[in-house]
Design a protein around this ligand. Structure first.
Ligand SMILES: [Zn+2]
Length: 155
């Protein structure tokens, strides 16, 4: 590996740790059991991301107000706001927003990406097709380069 390529890899590695933190999993106090749960069940993945995103209290991702939010009990992080009547999911304004893949699969892909796992191995581990894994890795790499999972700098 050339020196330039190596430093590029280190940059991506450092940046993807920021993404991992934004998923709610990168904090040193998060126990391994919570990380495992978030990789294997959608409910735990959504809960982890929701806690991180609303670390300072829940607010509406449509109107921005701290208001009465109703959570739909389908385990996907779907909410409605009593103030603006808006509906949104906790994925709003993130790289996950337009994806139908469960969050835990995204988190799993992110972990494999951080570990430098190759695409064919990631396909196997994720039980996803080659185009899906390529897309996931491309989006994660792009987010790592920008240093955030969020699209407009909004948190
Ligand atoms: Zn609202």
């Amino acid at each position: 590996m050339k020196a330039g390529a190596h430093s590029h890899f280190l940059q991506i590695e450092a940046a993807s740790k920021v993404l991992w933190y934004e998923c709610g999993l990168g904090h040193p106090r998060v126990p391994d059991s919570d990380i495992l749960a978030a990789l294997h069940t959608e409910e735990a993945a959504v809960a982890s991301f929701t806690r991180m995103r609303w670390a300072h209290g829940p607010y509406c991702l449509v109107c921005g107000r701290f208001s009465d939010l109703h959570e739909f009990q389908d385990g996907t992080g779907r909410f409605s706001c009593a103030s603006c009547k808006g509906r949104f999911t906790i994925r709003k304004n993130t790289i996950f927003e337009d994806s139908r893949l469960p969050l835990n699969k995204w988190f799993f892909a992110m972990q494999l990406f951080i570990q430098g796992i190759t695409l064919p191995h990631a396909e196997e581990a994720l039980h996803c097709t080659k185009p899906t894994v390529s897309l996931l890795f491309r989006k994660i790499e792009e987010a790592a380069r920008l240093g955030t999972l969020y699209r407009t700098g909004k948190k």
